[in-house]
Design a protein around this ligand. Sequence first.
Ligand code: LRH
Ligand code: MN
Length: 396
Amino acid sequence: MTPIQERSVLSALDRFRIEIPSWGFANTGTRFGKFSQPAAATNIDEKFSDAGLVHSLTGACPTIALHVLWDLPSGMNDIHRVTALAARNGIAPGSTNPNLFQDQEYKHGSLGNPDSSVREHALQHILDSIEIQHALKSRDLSLWFADGSNYPGTANIRQRKQWFEEGLRQAHRRLQPGDRMLVEYKPFEPAFYHTDIADWGMALLMAQAAGSQAKVLVDIGHHYQAQNIEQIVAWLLAENMLGGFHFNDRRYADDDLTLGSIDPYQVFRIFHEIQFFGWEAGEPADIAYMIDQSHNLKGKIEAAIQTVVTAQELFAKAALVDHGALAMKQAQAALVDAEECLREAFSTDVRPLLREWRRSRALAEDPMKVFRESGYLERVTRERGERNAVAVTSYA
Ligand code: LRH
Ligand code: MN
């Protein structure tokens, strides 16, 4: 590795930050059951404690994503508590995620529901979430809608599109300068015939309809198997409409597995498109990198540490691509040489540099080892075990 490459890796690590989801520390499962872990976080205090620990070990995840009804069940009355937890645990509130999918009345949708009173209720929850966003000085309002249908002919797709545009436009009006609204798309689940915001194009049009502060959020797991995600990323960058990312990995569908566990080259190709764009633009793209995973089987804190470290490694590898040489090879249609620019970078072991970066910041050289020797897991298992000793819930 040349000194120039070393410097670009270290400066990439200096600017790389990835947001931790509060829900990554809680007991989660699938429709077939939830296997409770005695050390799992059971309340917002414990979620901040775990997230703060992961940040103190890795130095790369200074914010925690909050899901409003899960983390601030008392709404604005929880602001003081959350602000105090942020200060105590050294991790700031990150994106604000309204919950528009769990209330019984959302059976036929939220902003897309044929019943106008349900649409109003959903909009009010978004407006309440924006008030919380402002009280927590959170920049991003991150919106995902489960809305859709399960059978042909049961929904007026065009009518629902119009209701969404109206709802998002009204919400956008409540944003303050500097705020961003991130529109997340998903092709299916929980709806299995149509989903109202199902792909990047629909999310792009919806964001443009909402207003100038709205952008698209790309979740790795929200794509059909054969889709070229990094091409979608390149297009959204070219349109200046890429606002954020939910990183995870999958073998089949929205599996929410840990980042890079199945296809690390996929994540590397995405980071490459983003850094190549930054090189051409002369400044890094303003993208919110966030983790969105559910750690059903792995130890939740270890899974979080593993994810942040893997994200750093893959972002550092992408910083090794010689963009100047690549641009030249692309212009010459020198196919093998162009591809080798990426393969060379991806196959480079950046872990020694990552250890050096950690040393330079008085961070744990091996975060996982330090966590395992810290006694933290044993302590929280004692403190939380009883509350987590719930029976495994069955599907039916
Ligand atoms: C939906 C989703 C969305 C979140 C949820 C936890 O699948 O990706 O981003 O709100 O997971
Ligand atoms: Mn997501």
